[in-house]
Ligand binder design. Structure first.
Ligand code: PEP
Length: 243
């Protein structure tokens, strides 16, 4: 399976900066060996599409579960698809822990992505206190069981294991931590456990290859290090299949 290398630009790179990024993004890899996806602000989708020189998947970072309505400031999955997105991040740790998104809301958003024909990339992960209290397994299983019903009718989906304590902190899970968590997730997903599971949390050019060589780690979701085209190109190269 080709490794997935996905960037989450968060609230960075408006249309002008996005176009500039793409003009400078020249990964030494081809689409046969790595699958690149950018999760960008909805306002920058067109700029990425128009300026990409290599095939890239386009995604949004959040959607609402309703297709339309009196929900000021929200964007529906249908709107994201119409604007050019093929993927949607759902349940990112910043959505869960900064904006208070619940497991039930994550499940509804997954359902909305599926109905709109977007590939949901569902983020899960434990907080430091939960890990310290030995609750890794219980937290991941709870998060998975909340979104499985939303996958009904789904053609394709991915999961991103992103330990909250590793996001934007410079702390990275060890390959063993990632292997353990990915194993729990595959088991919790049951017959859906063949979906790609990505690792996210302070991925850098220096640790990307080691993380992607862990059996069961199908790629990476990269925040801060995806903002610089040269740095992100080095991470993409780390995902290249041998040979
Ligand atoms: C993320 O935002 O999904 C993420 C993993 O961020 P960072 O790589 O900066 O830790």
């Amino acid at each position: 399976m080709r490794k997935v290398v996905a960037g989450n630009w968060k609230m960075h790179h408006g249309p002008r900066a996005a176009a500039d990024f793409l003009a400078r993004f020249r990964p030494e890899t081809d689409p046969e060996s790595v699958r690149l996806i950018f999760f960008v602000a909805g306002l920058s989708l067109q700029a990425v599409k128009a300026n990409a020189r290599v095939p890239v998947g386009l995604g949004v970072q959040n959607i609402h579960w309703e297709p339309s309505g009196a929900l000021t400031g929200e964007i529906s999955a249908e709107m994201a698809a119409e604007a050019g997105a093929s993927y949607a991040l759902v349940g990112h740790s910043e959505r869960r822990h900064v904006f208070g998104e619940t497991d039930a809301e994550v499940g509804r958003k997954v359902g909305a992505a599926v109905r709109a024909g977007l590939v949901p990339v569902v983020c899960v992960g434990e907080q430091l206190e939960e890990r310290r209290a030995g609750r890794l397994d219980a937290v991941l299983r709870r998060q998975v069981s909340a979104f499985i019903p939303g996958l009904r009718g789904c053609g394709e989906f991915m999961v991103a294991y992103e330990p909250v304590w590793a996001i934007g902190t410079g702390e990275t899970a060890t390959p063993q931590d990632a292997s353990e968590a990915h194993g729990i997730l595959r088991e919790a997903l049951g017959e859906l456990g063949r979906a790609p599971i990505l690792y996210g949390g302070s991925v850098q050019p220096g640790n990307a290859a080691a993380l992607m060589s862990v059996p069961g780690v199908d790629g990476v979701l990269v925040g801060g290090a995806s903002l610089d085209p040269e740095v992100f190109a080095r991470i993409a190269a780390a995902g290249r299949s041998p040979g």
